[in-house]
Design a binder for this molecule. Structure first.
Ligand SMILES: Cc1cc2nc3c(=O)[nH]c(=O)nc-3n(C[C@H](O)[C@H](O)[C@H](O)COP(=O)(O)OP(=O)(O)OC[C@H]3O[C@@H](n4cnc5c(N)ncnc54)[C@H](O)[C@@H]3O)c2cc1C
Length: 329
């Protein structure tokens, strides 16, 4: 197989995933521009290999050596403001983008401060925190389509945003290149979330600082303790199933979510006595039971641990937990 200069082989991905799993990719390319994506596109077509789009790797789990092409997103060229709208390249760091918006008096993203990763990965699982979701501020998403090689534009409705879900999860051939945000030009504090209710924020920067402080207290730093944030989604159940669960567990932690009920996955895990539980070289955080910490170079400990948690929760509550990060096969 003739290799393009930009494509490297046998790349160790340890530094490119926040679980620090030392898996090798058969082929690897860093893409900064549309022409780099075209190189990747032709390489995949010609050699009929699979591919995977990688941002900062803070929401992925590699399970075995990757036999295809890893396309690392380094699109960082653009950050343009037009009134209350911003066009930003997808490889830009998310938290730096939040700071940029606040500095430029554009508001709405404050509660999403401190979420690791790239801007371009935000829409994939519709990142959210403290009562806000990225989908509330996205107007358009520009993509490079790896089936056709064309650039396309999707509007907010086309993205099918849901709780930790979107159209992109089922359409992994779409590489997000740019996002167009529509933000607020006046700061209105959103402190509706329980942890923020005690505060009266006058400035967006104050709200951001408080969010960062709370995150620091509640979550594990992935650079010190390799993790992917919440490993499981909060399960959504029907109202009739809630009644059955409440008869079993009167203290169940849950919230209304449109016509469904969102059950706290952390609470379910804690009720299975798994907070702090260790299995080989992986463990459930003592700070937050949705966070699984990996101390292994291989994926085996973390995969075993997550399967154990799923089995225990299923057995005790008849609820099937769903993984939040992308599990790469
Ligand atoms: C400590 C910690 C705390 C976290 N807290 C939160 C939180 O509060 N809320 C929350 O929602 N998430 C949270 N996360 C999860 C994570 O930060 C987000 O999912 C983030 O958006 C991932 O960005 P990334 O660039 O690292 O994506 P990656 O991990 O590289 O990729 C994630 C998925 O997105 C796809 N993808 C990435 N870039 C693109 C692109 N340009 N085009 C198409 N597909 C793409 C990948 O193929 C993959 O399926 C947390 C993670 C950690 C480690």
């Amino acid at each position: 197989m003739k290799l393009q200069k930009k494509i490297v082989t046998n790349k160790n991905l340890r530094k490119f995933n926040s679980l620090q799993i030392a898996i090798k990719a058969k082929y690897y390319i860093e893409c900064k521009t549309n022409s780099d994506l075209e190189i990747a596109f032709h390489f995949i077509r010609k050699n009929k290999i699979k591919f995977f789009i990688l941002g900062e790797g803070t929401n992925v789990v590699f399970t075995k050596p990757y036999e295809g092409l890893i396309i690392k997103n380094l699109f960082k060229k653009e950050k343009k403001i037009f009134k209350n709208k911003v066009k930003v390249s997808s490889g830009y760091n998310w938290d730096k983008f939040v700071t940029f918006c606040i500095k430029n008096s554009l508001y709405g993203l404050e509660n999403l401060s401190g979420i690791p990763g790239t801007v371009g990965a935000g829409p994939i699982q519709n990142i959210g925190a403290y009562g806000e979701e990225i989908s509330d501020y996205i107007e358009h998403v520009e993509v490079f389509n790896f089936k056709t090689g064309n650039i396309e534009m999707l509007n907010n409705i086309n993205c099918n945003f849901e709780y930790r879900d979107s159209f992109f999860k089922e359409n992994k051939h779409l590489f997000i290149t740019n996002i167009f945000f529509k933000l607020k030009d006046k700061f209105v504090a959103n402190n509706s979330y329980q942890d923020l209710q005690a505060y009266r924020f006058k400035k967006a920067s104050e709200q951001r600082e408080m969010v960062l402080k709370i995150r620091n207290q509640k979550l594990e730093n992935h650079l010190a303790k390799p993790n992917v944030g919440s490993f499981f989604k909060n399960p959504l159940i029907k109202k009739k199933d809630l009644k059955i669960l409440l008869s079993q567990e009167a203290n169940l932690k849950f919230y209304k979510h449109n016509t469904l009920i969102k059950v706290s996955a952390a609470w379910l895990i804690e009720r299975c006595n798994l907070k702090g539980f260790q299995l080989n070289k992986a463990r459930v955080s003592k700070k937050h039971s949705l966070v699984l910490i990996n101390e292994d170079k291989t994926p085996y400990s973390i995969l075993k641990l997550k399967n154990k948690i799923k089995a225990k929760v299923l057995n005790k509550f008849n609820i099937r937990l769903e993984e939040e990060p992308t599990i790469i096969q």
